[in-house]
Write a protein that binds this ligand. Sequence first.
Ligand code: PRE
Length: 316
Amino acid sequence: MSAEHPAPESYSYLGPAGTFTEAALKQVEGAAGKPWRSVNNVGEALADVLEGRSAAAMIAIENSVDGGVTATQDALATLPGLRIVGEYLVPVRFVLVARRGTRLADVRVVNAHPVAYGQSRRWMDSALPSHGHIPATSNVAAAASLLLNEHADAAIAPPGIVDHYDLEVLAEDIGDNPNAVTRFVLVSRSTALPAPTGADKTSIIVELPSDRPGTLLEMLEQFSTRGVNMSLIQSRPIGDALGRYRFVIDLDGHVLEERVADALLGLRRFSPKVLFLGSYARADGAPVGIDPQYGDDNFVEARDWLRDLVSGATAD
Ligand SMILES: O=C(O)C(=O)C[C@]1(C(=O)O)C=C[C@@H](O)C=C1
C-alpha cells in the first residue's frame, strides 16, 4: 500500500498490543479486521495520518487524574489538517510488575509512561520513596523492556500484562484513583463533519489577540452569551515567549448547531487564531442540555426578523 493511498480505515495507535490506546481502538465500530499500525508516540501516529500511512490515529488526550495529555494538545495545535472524528473512554488501572524473583524492597528504578506515572504518584511516593523514574513510550513498552534490559527494576503497567509477558505483579491497583478514566480521540484528515447527534462535543484551540486586561474574559463571553457550556479549558504555552498561551477548549454541542456556530463566529472576529479540531459524538452519550433561549429556532427567528427589518418587509 503506497503512502499516498492509505488502506481504507487503516489505524495507527500507541503500541505495542495491550496498551490502553489499543483498548480504545477496539471500541471503534468496524476497526477490527482492518490494518492496525503500532507506533511509539503521538507524533508518529499523527504523522502516519498526515503522510497517508494510516487513515486515522487513536491518541490519548485527557486523563481524569493527570489532566490533559500535553504532547497531544501541542501536536494538534501545531499540525494543520487534522480533525477529531470520535471520542472514546477507557477506565485505567495500574499494577507494578517486575522480573520474576524481584522483591518490592529491591526496586530502585521504575519504568513508566509519564501519564501512568503521574496517576500513580501517591503510591510510588509512599511505597518507594527514593525510587528513580525512567520514562517509557507506553505502559506495555515499559513492562516489555524489563525482559530486554536491566535499566529498570519494575514497571507500571496495565493489569493484564502478566498474561502476555513473563513478569510478576509486585503490587495491584497502584493508581491514585481507582476510577481513573482516559479520554481518547480518533483523528483523521477527513473534513466531513459527523452528523449532530444531540450529544456532541466541539474541540477548538484559541489564541488571544493581546495581553491587555479583559481579553480572556472577552473569549469566555463568546460562550456565555450564546449559552454554550465548556467541558474543558486548558492553557498551553505557545512557546515563542514567556507568558504567551493558547487555550485548548471543548464545548458542549456541534458546530451545526446555531449557538455553537455563532460562538465560533464571535471568536473568529477577535482572535488571531481559532483552530477548529472537530465536532463529534460524546463518548458518554450524555445529551447536551440547551436553554430554549439559545435553541436553533431562536437564532433563526432573530436572523429572519433582522433580514425583514433591513429589507423593509416589516416595519418592526
Ligand atoms: O495507551 C497506553 O497504555 C499508554 O501507555 C498511553 C497512556 C497516555 O498516553 O495517556 C494512555 C492511558 C493512560 O492514562 C496512560 C498512558
